[in-house]
Design a protein around this ligand. Structure first.
Ligand SMILES: [Zn+2]
Length: 223
């Protein structure tokens, strides 16, 4: 649909062809069409949202530039180095930080809000949390509950303590399942005209909100 080189209305110069992943499923790169609500991929069936940005849809207007706009910075650990993404007043900076102090960018790209072609958001299950809850906390909670049941007629104190431990472990397991499945690992893929970025943002709901607001896109719910 929009894969032909087109003219940017405000500049009147030929724009670059769309990056190939701008209109694709973030899981498997099957072609996808932007939609205001979450969709399932035609190829891999997994869920995501895909929103058209100002550089794709002329009706999407980025928020006016504000030099004092809040700076929202995210940093995450990769295998050796650290990744970072920052919402600055004019756009998104993202890249890799040095492996020693994790402060100096060793590779960096910038995307102006008005150059955003599309944003995809998806959520992966945090398997580590679910496995820890299933293999460690749930068996221990059941063991404590079992001890409480065995001790209830003979030793009331032991039974009460065991029941309290079982309850605490059960709550901890529930919290880990929530963190693993409901919150999950939230990812955003921001495709700009000249560069793209991939940001895990589950630690910062503000990043997600501000990213969409500054690009002028109505923010869909996280799928
Ligand atoms: Zn897919």
């Amino acid at each position: 649909m929009m894969n032909q080189p087109s003219y940017h209305p405000s500049l009147g110069v030929p724009a670059a062809p769309l990056p190939p992943n701008a209109l694709a499923c973030p899981w498997c790169d099957c072609p996808a069409v932007p939609s205001p609500v979450a969709q399932s991929c035609a190829g891999c069936r997994r869920r995501f949202t895909l929103s058209a940005g100002p550089a794709l849809d002329g009706s999407v207007m980025p928020a006016p530039y504000h030099p004092a706009a809040m700076r929202i910075a995210l940093k995450w650990s990769m295998v050796v180095t650290y990744g970072f993404a920052t919402l600055e007043p004019p756009g998104i900076h993202s890249g890799t930080l040095d492996p020693v102090l994790a402060v100096a960018p060793i590779e960096q790209t910038s995307i102006a809000y008005g150059d955003v072609v599309s944003i995809a958001v998806w959520r992966k299950v945090a398997w580590g949390d679910c496995i820890a809850a299933t293999l460690l906390l749930v068996p221990l909670a059941l063991l404590a509950a079992w001890i409480a049941i065995l001790a209830v007629t003979k030793a009331g104190g032991v039974a009460a303590v065991s029941a309290a431990i079982a309850l605490a472990l059960g709550c901890l397991a529930a919290w880990l399942y929530r963190r693993g499945i409901v919150v999950g690992r939230r990812q955003a893929r921001i495709v700009g005209r000249w560069a793209s970025a991939r940001v895990p943002f589950e630690t910062s709901p503000a990043f997600h909100e501000e990213l969409f607001r500054r690009c002028g896109i109505a923010r869909p719910l996280v799928p």
